[in-house]
Design a protein around this ligand. Structure first.
Ligand SMILES: Cc1cc2nc3c(=O)[nH]c(=O)nc-3n(C[C@H](O)[C@H](O)[C@H](O)COP(=O)(O)O)c2cc1C
Length: 160
């Protein structure tokens, strides 16, 4: 059984700070701000030049990203809840808005702006994404939530 406990440590996303990344048209990171790098557990220079899926969390349903790419390629803004994987295998939740960057009438890059997600919404989205993943992949995983009274933080415990 392959379990690593540190995968379940949640990082709180700061309020009132810009959380930005940009990619080229193939999804390779071209820019991140300090806050984005920090909550992802990387230095900015470790992320630039890497595909954005470097922080894809295995809990994210595939169909969501298919929808994201279809939406932004069509010139629309994609909005949604994203659980991201930190370098230390921990995670954080954001509400992301992804859209085109247009220069001289041409799409040159994509950008994403993110904001924190309230705790109750995180739980709701975790349940929804678990359900979506099991429908997509035909695999199931039990995710259990326990409230740690000492640190007043919610930690999921995964049972494989
Ligand atoms: C501007 C921009 C920002 C993105 N931000 C994230 C992100 O924060 N987390 C993530 O998992 N995928 C993000 N993606 C989607 C990834 O490019 C990728 O599609 C996703 O991680 C799934 O990986 P896959 O396409 O290799 O299956 C972003 C894409 C773009 C264009």
């Amino acid at each position: 059984m392959d379990t690593s406990f540190d995968m379940f440590i949640e990082t709180e996303v700061p309020e009132n700070e810009l959380i930005i990344s940009r990619t080229d048209l193939k999804g390779v990171i071209t820019y991140v701000n300090e806050t984005f790098a920090h909550i992802s557990g990387y230095e900015p220079e470790e992320l630039i030049g890497k595909p954005h899926n470097i922080i894809r969390h295995p809990d994210m349903p595939r169909s969501l990203f298919a929808d994201l790419w279809e939406t932004i390629r069509a010139g629309k803004t994609w909005e949604g809840y994203v659980k991201n994987l930190r370098k230390d295998r921990g995670y954080y939740w954001v509400y992301a808005r992804v859209s085109q960057v247009i220069k001289d009438g041409e799409v040159v890059e994509y950008k994403s702006l993110r904001e924190p997600v309230p705790r109750e919404k995180r739980i709701e989205m975790q349940r929804l994404y678990d359900k979506m993943r099991s429908e997509e992949e035909g695999t199931s995983r039990v995710v259990m939530y326990v409230r740690n009274k000492d640190i007043e933080r919610l930690k999921p415990l995964d049972l494989f």
